[in-house]
Design a protein. Sequence first.
Length: 246
Amino acid sequence: MGRAFEFRKARKMKRWGAMSKAFTRIGKDIVTAVKEGGPDPDVNARLRAVIQNAKSVNMPKVNVERAIKKASDKDTKDYETVLFEGYAPHGIAVLVETSTDNNNRTVANVRSYFTKYDGSLGTSGSVEFMFEHKCHFRIPAEGKDLEELELELIDFGAEELFLDEKDEEDANSVDGIMIYAEFQNYGTMQNGLEELGLEILSSGFEYIPTVQKELTEEQQEDVDKLLEKLEEDDDVNNVYTTIKED
């Protein structure tokens, strides 16, 4: 299996975090999608993808409809995606992906977390080069041959496919196939899957580390203090590191 498979396996239980955090993130994604392409998912591919993600985390339909209505209001602020780069203790590179409607607040908060927990906030490009930016899609696995599917999708930019077992704690979850491609091929992959009549259960983006560092248990505890604080912040979508995970 490739790097995306190992990364996915290590992060599977961390991907969305608490349910309320997932709903908050999707609410922001809906605002951005509607501001960009309008409130009709039939003509707005980005909104269509966000609605699929909402279903994957069991976000109630009424919540989605409410968020679309709110996003359609011209007085509702859009969210800006801002990427912060820095180092945690013990030389661990950290990427912090945020969505914010108040950049000054987010900058101040993120900087304070790094300072308080013995890290250092860097400049743009200081650690991003240690990660690959990928897009991913999850489709139902039932009735599909992995090798045949890969041949069908390679022309749309698919780089790595693998089976992704269902979440046993979610009664609505099904076995899936994960498809990874370059970040810039997101739209092409989405269109390709839709053209082939394949149901998209969820989709998104991830930064996959190209270098990793092993930590002792004590060092891991030091780094976790910073990571946990970052992940608690409502403006933070994802935190990526170069920690080598089992």
